[in-house]
Each structure stands twice: as structure tokens, then as C-alpha cells.
Design a protein around this ligand. Sequence first.
Ligand code: NAP
Length: 340
Amino acid sequence: MGSRLVTVFGGSGFVGRYIVRRLAASGARVRVAVRDIETAYFLKTCGDLGQISLMPTSIGSDSEVARAINGADWVVNTVGILEERGERTFTAVHVEGAARIARAAAQAGASRFVHVSALGADVGAASSYAQSKAEGESEVMTAFPTATIIRPSVIFGPEDGFFNVFANMARIISVLPYFSHIVPHAEGGGGTKFQPVYVGDVAEAAVAALSDNAHSSKIYEVGGPVVLDMRSVLEVVNRHTDRNTWICGLPFWVGRTMASFSFFWRKFAYFFAVLRLYLPRPLVTLDQMKLLETDNVLDGSKPGFTELGIEATTVESIVPTYLRRFRPYQQQKKLRLNAR
Ligand SMILES: NC(=O)c1ccc[n+]([C@@H]2O[C@H](COP(=O)([O-])OP(=O)(O)OC[C@H]3O[C@@H](n4cnc5c(N)ncnc54)[C@H](OP(=O)(O)O)[C@@H]3O)[C@@H](O)[C@H]2O)c1
């Protein structure tokens, strides 16, 4: 890959940092475009002196995006949000931001563009997140027709917001809830199905897509080797944190009610600033509940890891390494003593 210059938008994020590391390891020069460069300082140590540069960039500004891309051979966009806040709407980030980056990449003459979208991206989806991801994809393809789009299922890895969240919950409360359309314990009552994919494999897919023109103008859907329903995900959490937390299936209407209550409570609190100090972030928003009501698994209609030459990593080979820290104190102490 030599001294190619690659600009990575969202390089400080969970997926972005793995892409930056993987590119740096291949010898590329990497420019990380982020809102706040302080959040990306840790990336400087992933490369040799001067190999990784950080550039403060607002994806809402044409000139800043153009400056971040200036001279880049390849561009990657991993910017995304799961929850809207103020001006950070799905449209602003997933549609307008992605379109601005793709337009600037085309104008600057970048030869490859990889855009990280999400499995389930669909203009007809119930969730605004999934709709905006689909609109963003089509904006990207219009502006940069040879772009490659990668749609991952839920992503796991040491910094994930999936297994870590449930493991942390199990530390605090003695029940792990999940939502299901079918009565729990009945056949198919394990809740939403996912195909968790390792973050290192997603980064590998992005770099493989950049490196070969054969991947131009294609959409890749990537998922791990195993499909897990929510109950199985929580069982993995219990197993690797050495806990026996009660796993409880609830109907979706309970989740929707909880999410609505949290939504109205936050709106109410908006007018009473002091209340916000005591409000935890909602565990799940209404839009995320809509997302959860649909399975997130590959249907085989699009190319994936096989076509990118990647063998997917299993949950069991990675998750135990980072869920260990959520074990009860006594277990951790025992592990430390045994290691001496
Ligand atoms: N994680 C998953 O399970 C998963 C699954 C499917 C698809 N995806 C997609 O994969 C991509 C990466 O996800 P991730 O898990 O790495 O998310 P993440 O950890 O939240 O990282 C998102 C990155 O986007 C940046 N960003 C967010 N809003 C921005 C804005 N308005 N302007 C500029 N930068 C902004 C963040 O920078 P700041 O730190 O400055 O906010 C961060 O660098 C996203 O597009 C996501 O939708 C993720």
C-alpha cells in the first residue's frame, strides 16, 4: 500500500480506529478527520512518527471536508450515530454528511471510496436510522459511482456497545431483559436475531474493498459465522462473566412503553435543566426499538466476506477476552491468584 494517503472520517470511533490501525500497519499514511482531535490523540501511537495525522473537520462544512480530503488517494467514511441529538439528526449525519464527503472525494479525484453503512438499510424500514442509512447509500453512489458500501450486522469487539452493555447491566441489576414477538421459551421466542461480526473483520473488509478495483460499485453485507438470538447473546454474557443473571423475555410493547416514557420524560426534563443532571441516558430509544423488531441477519442476496477473501472470526474466540473484566470481584481475585 506504500505511502498512499487515506482520509478516514470517524476514525476515532469504534470501527474507525480499527480501520486506521489496519491501514497504518499496511504502511499507508492516514489522515483522521474528526470533530474534536483530542478524542483521536490515542491513534497517533498506531503508526510511525508522522504516519497518522489528525485534522479537525465538521462534516457539515464543504470547505472543511474538502480540506480533509485534499491530496487523498482513498477515502473511508465511518461516521454514524445511533441516536439523534439536537442538530445531529440522522439526515444531517447519514445522508447530508455522507453525500458531502462522497462529493468532495469525487471532486478531489480520490480513486477509491468506502462507505460504512448498516445491515438492514432500507428506505422502507420502520426505523429512521435504517431509512437514513439507505438514503445515505444512494447519495454516496450518485456522487461517487465506484464507491463500495459495507453493511455490517451488529459489531463486537473490546470497545463494543453490545456485549459490553449487557455485561455492565448484569453487574448492576439481577435481570437481563430482552424483547420478543413470540412468548419467551416457546420455539422462536429468543427475540431478535443477529449475526455479530468482529470489528477487526469489518476493518479488514474496508481495507480489502479499498485495495481492489474489483470491489467498485458494490454493496457487501457482512456478518459473523453464527446467528444468535437475543437470549443466546445474553447467555454468552452470563457464561463469560461467570454470572447467573436471570434472562427475562418481555413482549415488545413493554419495550415500546419504556422507550416512550423515557422519551417524554427527557422532553419534560428539557425545560427543567436540573432534572437532566439526574437522568441516565435511555438504554433504548423508540427508534432503536423499531430497529430491534426486525432480525439483523444476512439473506445471502449480496456478496460478503467470502468475496472479500475474509474468514469471519467467531464470538467465542474474542468475547471472553474482554468480558472477563465484568466477572464478580471474587472470581477476578481467584484468576489473579491462579496466574501468579
Ligand atoms: N457498532 C455497530 O454495531 C454497527 C453496526 C452496523 C453499522 N454500524 C455503522 O458503522 C459506522 C461506525 O460505527 P461505530 O460503532 O464505530 O460508531 P462510533 O463508535 O459511535 O463512531 C462514530 C464516529 O463518527 C463520528 N461522528 C458522529 N457524529 C459525527 C458528526 N456529526 N460529525 C463528525 N463526526 C461524527 C464520531 O466522532 P465523535 O467521537 O466526535 O462523535 C466517531 O468517530 C457507523 O456508520 C454505524 O452506523 C455500526
